[in-house]
Design a protein around this ligand. Structure first.
Ligand code: UD2
Ligand code: MN
Length: 282
């Protein structure tokens, strides 16, 4: 309704900016192991706009954050993710949306391409300025880990339970990472060439370096994540080769040659669902 939205714009423009550091943070947060069905979850969170979008009511959010989740066939992880993340993000007084980008079919998974697609599709829905690319199986364990985009690209999943809560190597950029709209465009997004497990995150780290960005991180006691258990995906045998010669493709392989077919776009109650068909281009 037109009048309704105008009224809402008027009131939000009169609100003062949310505090730089949210007032209600506690530090460590528990992770529930109670399983919830989607029906139960939808009853729990009744303060969301369609598509799992949230706008704080008491102050004007400082940034608009899109969480982009590459996804296929992990329904119990998705439910645990939604149950954990909505309250977590709301406590941080963010304007945010959760966009699940699901790969159709049974071919090798392409995490990076799904994240490029999420970046494109999210912008059709809201004016996001910050993009957080997020594995569905990672749950943050400390609410001081702010879901925002700082000056430099931020690698967020510094200390992961299954990696003994230690950074496995210096340039790792997988798991959860945050880039501004401009940063992501500047590096031409992720490579579309990584099918199957591995390499796509390191290729992004190389793109960042090539464009003189550096990876920023919170300390390991804050940037802690629990990884939910899952089986190991088959590794991509070409990942080392594509990583090695990736710099030849930074300007031609990414956002600017992205091709996909969108089969579904649904504004579900707790998340935006985008189902896509993707294939290897010649
Ligand atoms: C690591 C990285 C991950 C990615 C991957 C290599 C960390 C903490 N994580 O994760 O970001 O770089 O290695 O590609 O460094 N997914 C599905 N369905 C599938 C397969 C994957 O939904 O069948 C999604 C899901 O969001 C999952 C993510 O892709 O969390 C990464 O896949 P993974 O969890 O199997 O890989 P993992 O834990 O080795
Ligand atoms: Mn995982």
């Amino acid at each position: 309704n037109k009048n309704g939205s105008e009224f809402k714009n008027l009131t939000t423009s009169q609100l003062s900016l949310c505090p730089l550091v949210p007032t209600d943070l506690r530090g460590p947060v528990g992770i529930s192991d109670v399983a919830h069905t989607m029906d139960q979850l939808e009853l729990l969170f009744d303060n969301l706009e369609p598509g799992g979008h949230y706008t704080p009511q008491s102050c004007k959010a400082r940034s608009r954050v899109a969480l982009i989740i590459p996804y296929r066939d992990r329904p119990s992880q998705l439910n645990a993710f939604l149950y954990h993340m909505h309250p977590f993000l709301q406590k941080q007084q963010l304007e945010y949306g959760i966009i699940i980008v699901e790969q159709a079919g049974y071919g090798p998974f392409n995490r990076a391409m799904l994240m490029n697609i999420g970046f494109v599709e999210a912008q059709k829905l809201h004016e996001y300025d910050c993009f957080i690319f997020h594995d569905v199986d990672l749950l943050p364990e400390d609410d001081r880990n702010l879901y925002t985009c700082p000056e430099q690209p931020r690698h967020m999943s510094v200390a992961v339970s299954t990696l003994k809560y230690k950074l496995p190597y210096k340039d790792i950029f997988g798991g959860v990472s945050a880039l501004t709209l401009d940063q992501f465009k500047t590096v031409n997004g992720f490579s579309n060439k990584f099918w199957g497990w591995g390499g796509e995150d390191d290729d992004m780290a190389n793109r960042l370096k090539y464009h003189d960005y550096h990876i920023s991180r919170y300390p390991a006691n804050i940037a802690r994540y629990k990884m939910l258990p899952h089986r190991r995906q088959p590794a991509n045998p070409k990942r080392h080769e594509f990583l090695y010669n990736g710099n030849k493709r930074f300007n031609t392989d990414g956002l600017n040659n992205l091709q996909y077919q969108r089969q579904e776009l649904k504004l579900n109650k707790l998340y935006t669902w985008v189902l896509v068909e993707i294939s290897e281009s010649r």
